[in-house]
Design a protein around this ligand. Sequence first.
Ligand code: PMV
Length: 324
Amino acid sequence: MKQATARAHPNIAFIKYWGNADEILRLPVNSSLSMNLDSLHTTTTVAWDETLRRDSLMINGEVANQVALERVAKHLDVIRERLNMSEFAKVESNNNFPMGAGIASSASAFAALTVAAFRAADVALSERELTTFARRGSGSASRSVPSGYVQWFAGEDHESSYAATFAEVNHWDIVDVIAIVDSGHKKTGSQDGHKSAETSDLQLARVAGAADRIQSCKQAILDENFAQFAEVVEYDSNLMHAVMMTSKPALFYWKPTTLTIMERIREWRQAGIQVCYTLDAGPNVHCICVREHAEVVREQLMSISGVLDVVVAAPGGGTTVITK
Ligand code: PMV
């Protein structure tokens, strides 16, 4: 038996990925930017075992459901092909955040799974190649492999669609203060959401402007220019949600509390607090702010009715092997 354990952080996208040019290879229609979230992580052990007759999966100490197992087994098939190997694996994955908390775990899950699976087989891939394989499990997982502030280049084929660090973890002291407003599972996950993106008339416009927004957001991060950062990050999140709301069928992820928080954030910014919002495919609000304003943002969020919890995360490192 050959085994390894890897740990990965989820990430929050500042310029979003929404829609694939190739569903099987998960080649996105546009490049994206993100930051890893240090206080949240998934730890996954992969054990390749020639005596096993199928793959198995435990999540947070419980046998995973069939849908989750099939998705993981499919990802392991892709990895087995690269390794030219036929052994099955026992996979055990644990999140330090509750699965039902509405914090997406697929990015950290597939980043940790990919890195642990290759390491367990004693095959050392470059970071770049690891990002391409993580991408096959969940697009955003590619961005959880490198450290800090990361760009995922859309690319044109499996090899050219990869992610890389563009600013180190300690480059800029910003914090993600996540307001949890709903703990239930979403009705439409991102896998199906990506498929419906092209049914919105607005998707073409969103994609057409993505390269300019990447440029502007990257520059704002490199210059630590919060005003420029806030403008492009909120605009990009609004654009993605406009596409979701105008897709067929329409996807509405916002709850009344989501809108209340977005309104408050604009007011707080007017009042001099350096904070802006961004939302993934769910109602929780990621409030990105400079470190010195994190505590006041957290306190203010806790006082809003409908906010169930607040989780704080600073820029995080990449996926690491913790035992082998
Ligand atoms: O990697 P997926 O399939 O879970 O897609 C992620 C989609 C968003 O979170 C909405 C945006 C992003 O870029 O992370």
